[in-house]
Design a protein around this ligand. Sequence first.
Ligand SMILES: CC(=O)SCCNC(=O)CCNC(=O)[C@H](O)C(C)(C)COP(=O)(O)OP(=O)(O)OC[C@H]1O[C@@H](n2cnc3c(N)ncnc32)[C@H](O)[C@@H]1OP(=O)(O)O
Length: 414
Amino acid sequence: MTVETRLITESDYPDWLRALSTGFLRPPVFTDEEIAERRASMDLDRVRGAFDEGRCVATYRSFPQQLSTVGGARLAASAVSNVTVSPTHRRRGLLSRMMNAELADAKERGERVSTLIAAEYPIYGRYGYGPATTTTEWSVDVPRAGLDPRRSGPDDGGRVDLVDGTDVRKLGPELHQRLAAAQHGVVDRDELWWRVNTGAVRMPAFPWTEPFYAAYRAASGTVEGLLTYVADDKWGDGKQPLNTATVRDMIALTPAAERALWHFVCSIDWITTVRSGHRAPDDLLAHLLPDPRAARVVTQADFLWLRILDVPAVLEARTYPTSATLVLDVRDSSSLAAGLFRLDATPSGTTCTPSSQSPDLTLDVRDLATLYLGDEPATRLAARGHLDEHRPGAAALADTLFRTGRRPWCPDVF
Ligand SMILES: CC(=O)SCCNC(=O)CCNC(=O)[C@H](O)C(C)(C)COP(=O)(O)OP(=O)(O)OC[C@H]1O[C@@H](n2cnc3c(N)ncnc32)[C@H](O)[C@@H]1OP(=O)(O)O
């Protein structure tokens, strides 16, 4: 049986969407309106499929993305999404064919990294991707948190106001730009993201529940935070409220905003549980509660995966807290990014160039991805057997160079 993998054409698109839903175990039916809406957001030059006797049996898409690195610079990324192979055609190498073609194209286009959110951990390491951020979700037992039940609002001169989706579409993009400049690991959100996530565009495959939105304004009058949450209207047999508030999105540009919005959602009458949604592992939430043990971690897992395509460009793009030199031997089974590189880092600027010196550290390109945004120290990678140290102290030096004060965080699934 010959199965062809290729970029799709306009006429393939409805069948491609059907295959995508089939692979994600969602009902494979679409209205004409949904087909048109989804088609408008896709650049067919970056949409691949596999075809068997004319029927689409695998899907794969990439789109241009900006990834915030340490220090606030944005890296041109190729974001990979919509990866499926129909259950009739699994484990015949279709994903590998589409992935290898797309990574070569991304490198050719000059994209520095490829990014994705992995459905399952074992899939993408073989293609040079490594987990680069961690996601944490907390469940807060509100009655145990110890917040003052008489609390009526922020005590810092700021205020929290309920707003609507139109306000969020106006306020959100600028707040998100500021978040992206301050927080490494953040990926950009386009206009469609804001429309879909405020209900302005609705897709039958993703039933919409209108959420509540709240904005925090500092005493200066500047909006510094936005919160989106839903509640489930649950009551106990004894007529006690047992509502869970689930946070869909929270942007907090300052610790004051973070504090005000967490305290707000944990103080809403009838809410006895708060689910935090995808947060950074070092989110302040637990420690903003008088009793931090009221916040229990319910999810802790890898989140954003990175595939470095251009080692010098990527290493030069981020900032480093101190001056040091390291020679890295980067291994890459596909040869897209392999090489020996000398990193001369300083707080005011960094160069990374091919080198012929003997290496201080050897690591696979996927482990460089895990090191890159500062989520995992080099010494821990060495302890796990993922990094070889050739010069004593080199791994500890890499810790100093790559670690960051706050952990990287990617708020979005894509
Ligand atoms: C970014 C995203 O979109 S994440 C979403 C990914 N999609 C899904 O999880 C949907 C359900 N799963 C699928 O559609 C498919 O199983 C896919 C896309 C994950 C894999 O597609 P396949 O065509 O079966 O993969 P392919 O045959 O190219 O496999 C390549 C290698 O990866 C391995 N592999 C593939 N999928 C998995 C998996 N889920 N777990 C472990 N190993 C896997 C294969 O065994 C093979 O290993 P080998 O090189 O040692 O022989």
